[in-house]
Design a protein around this ligand. Structure first.
Ligand SMILES: [Zn+2]
Length: 237
């Protein structure tokens, strides 16, 4: 079977199934309860959707600048990828990042992605800078400047792809020593996407992959120990 773990990273999988942010159940049936719209500006409409989890019955709210409901019934359209159409959700979609990743970093990345969807590039850039700084603090990165701190991380986590750290190390502006947030330039959306995806990969390697690997080693050790016990038991009889 094809690897479908990517579906766990989404909010909405299709027009009937989603990953619930309340009960954390994956692949659970949901119902579109209500759809409204209002004028975001005099030229732009915003669409509001209320979604109820089929399992825990909690209701979440989602905003889009596009009408993504089918005209004939209370359902999202089935010919679209729903997530990219939604620019804000409450609860946010930060739950879709693995909860072994520090919460503060997950929140900042989610906020950055929300800003990016609305084309608020200054906000998106500021959140990503903060997310990277938080990672450096949490990982107790040593070094006199930004670049050497990233290099420290690269050496600390040799199992993670070094290319990711090289990209982070050379992010425009991060390498200069600007102290005030106001003196920073915003990144364009293409560059922001690269930074977000790179950081997500690094986080996955550091906080998720490492644990999965440790669990596997533990599992194999348990199997081995069980086998050795069996052997000893047989010798006695
Ligand atoms: Zn639920």
């Amino acid at each position: 079977m094809q690897d479908q773990s990517d579906l766990d990273k989404k909010y909405f999988i299709d027009e009937t199934v989603y990953n619930c942010p309340f009960c954390n159940r994956r692949n659970v049936i949901y119902e579109l309860l209500d759809a409204l719209d209002f004028d975001w500006t005099s030229a732009k409409k915003c669409f509001v959707y209320f979604v109820e989890c089929g399992s825990c019955e909690n209701v979440s709210m989602h905003l889009s600048f596009e009408n993504i409901k089918t005209p004939d019934r209370m359902r999202f359209r089935n010919d679209i990828d729903i997530d990219p159409k939604i620019f804000y959700s409450a609860p946010t979609s930060f739950f879709v990042m693995d909860d072994r990743i520090p919460r503060i970093i997950r929140e900042l990345i989610t906020e950055s992605e929300g800003c990016l969807k609305m084309n608020f590039l200054t906000g998106a850039s500021a959140c990503m800078r903060k997310a990277i700084y938080e990672l450096l603090i949490i990982e107790k990165a040593e070094g006199t400047d930004y670049e050497s701190k990233i290099k420290f991380l690269k050496e600390k986590h040799p199992d993670s792809d070094p290319t990711f750290f090289d990209i982070l190390a050379h992010i425009q502006e991060m390498t200069s020593d600007k102290i005030h947030e106001q003196s920073w330039d915003k990144w364009d959306s293409g560059y922001l996407k690269l930074i977000i995806e790179t950081l997500k990969n690094v986080l996955h390697d550091i906080y998720v992959q490492k644990e999965v690997k440790a669990d596997r080693v533990k599992f194999i050790q348990q199997l081995r120990e069980g086998l050795l016990k069996d052997k000893r038991g047989k010798k006695k009889t």
